[in-house]
Design a protein around this ligand. Structure first.
Ligand SMILES: [Zn+2]
Length: 82
């Protein structure tokens, strides 16, 4: 039987993504762009800031989904009113 608990597994995963701030040594997550302790800039590992195009695309998809859900709710209200 596996002895590692979910909590330990989570912690191990978190530690894997923890780096020491090059400026103050404070443990920071590797996707962070700024140290929460000394506010110095960090270089995120394996993370690239979202491009404007990607943000626009995500926003467009979000709006589309919202519109579809709104239409579906309106249609359902009309259907169930009868
Ligand atoms: Zn720092």
């Amino acid at each position: 039987m596996k002895k590692t608990t979910i909590h330990e597994d989570k912690r191990a995963k978190l530690e894997k993504h923890t780096l020491a701030c090059p400026n103050c040594g404070y443990p920071v997550l590797d996707h962070m762009t700024q140290c929460p302790n000394c506010k110095s800039k960090l270089t995120p590992v394996g993370y690239q800031p979202m491009s404007d195009q990607k943000i626009k695309k995500i926003r467009w998809i979000t709006y589309s989904i919202g519109a579809v859900i709104s239409i579906a709710i309106i249609v359902l209200i009309i259907v169930f009113r009868k």
